[in-house]
Design a protein around this ligand. Structure first.
Ligand code: ATP
Length: 250
């Protein structure tokens, strides 16, 4: 994605299913909250974005999803171009965000939530129920009557109806009981492996995120201070700790 004077983001991928952000700046008006964000991720991989409150994680995801205009930089997704700050273009390029509030239609049934997300894609509701059997038995319930964990499953299922190439998950586990979190997290890995999408995961449950991610970046005050494989970080908690405390160990 290249941000030009007219705020166009060019999305050009050197290889299929490759997601590249280069020197991305994100923020609000003249306030740059995220600076010089770089990422290259292969299809089927899971990238965790970690960091303390206020580091800019949600700002970054919202920018990648086109909800906020990027201030600088470039991104590519399998050769497609997105106009900066236009969610429909990001969606056309295959970038799909599950926001932290889940964005469900709470008055609609599970089935209708899925159908509404399908758009022009050929995905069937049954494929969503195959992945999340718990939703199948609740298909006629309104989304507002689901448990928190079921609502989150539905939010992810809705995103998958759009056949994402890049799936952005913002605080998927927020507000959920630990037992539900442990059930949900492996889904992330399976989604990446089954669909070949890049999954970018913003997550507070650091240890669980490292279990499912290939790679993790720690964002502090809008800058990446650490970028390692998840296995390396899981094996060396002091590295993570010092990054959270603001040490630049990238
Ligand atoms: P958390 O883990 O607490 O959700 P985060 O890493 O996702 O935090 P952001 O929500 O992206 O962080 O916020 C980063 C910074 O941007 C914060 O200082 C926040 O106050 C600021 N910010 C967020 N939204 C806006 C906005 N609409 N206008 C101006 N500043 C904003």
């Amino acid at each position: 994605m290249t941000v030009t004077e007219d705020r166009t983001i060019s999305v050009q991928g050197p290889a299929d299913d490759m997601f590249v952000c280069s020197g991305l700046g994100a923020g609000y008006g003249s306030i740059e909250v995220v600076r010089r964000f770089d990422l290259t991720a292969a299809g089927g991989s899971v990238v965790a974005i970690l960091g303390p409150n206020g580091a800019g994680k949600t700002t970054l995801l919202n920018t990648l999803a086109g909800l906020l205009p990027a201030l600088h930089g470039s991104v590519s997704v399998a050769g497609q171009t997105v106009k900066n700050g236009r969610p429909a273009d990001a969606s056309d390029a295959g970038i799909v965000l599950v926001p932290d509030d889940r964005a469900l239609f709470t008055a609609l049934t599970v089935e209708d939530n899925l159908l509404a997300a399908r758009g022009r894609h050929g995905t069937t509701v049954d494929s969503a129920f195959d992945r999340f059997p718990a939703l199948a038995t609740r298909r006629k319930l309104t989304a507002g009557n689901l448990s928190g964990g079921e609502q989150q499953m539905l939010a992810v299922a809705r995103a998958l109806m759009q056949e994402p190439r890049v799936l952005l998950l913002d605080e998927m586990t927020m507000g959920l009981a630990p037992i539900i979190v442990e059930e949900l997290m492996p889904t992330v890995r399976r989604v990446a492996e089954d669909t070949g999408a890049v999954v970018v995961l913003v997550e507070q449950h650091v240890h669980l995120a490292l279990e499912v991610a290939d790679r993790a970046l720690v964002l502090v005050h809008g800058e990446v201070v650490l970028d390692r494989t998840a296995a390396e970080l899981a094996a060396d908690p002091t590295l993570l700790e010092s990054a959270y405390l603001g040490g630049s160990v990238a």
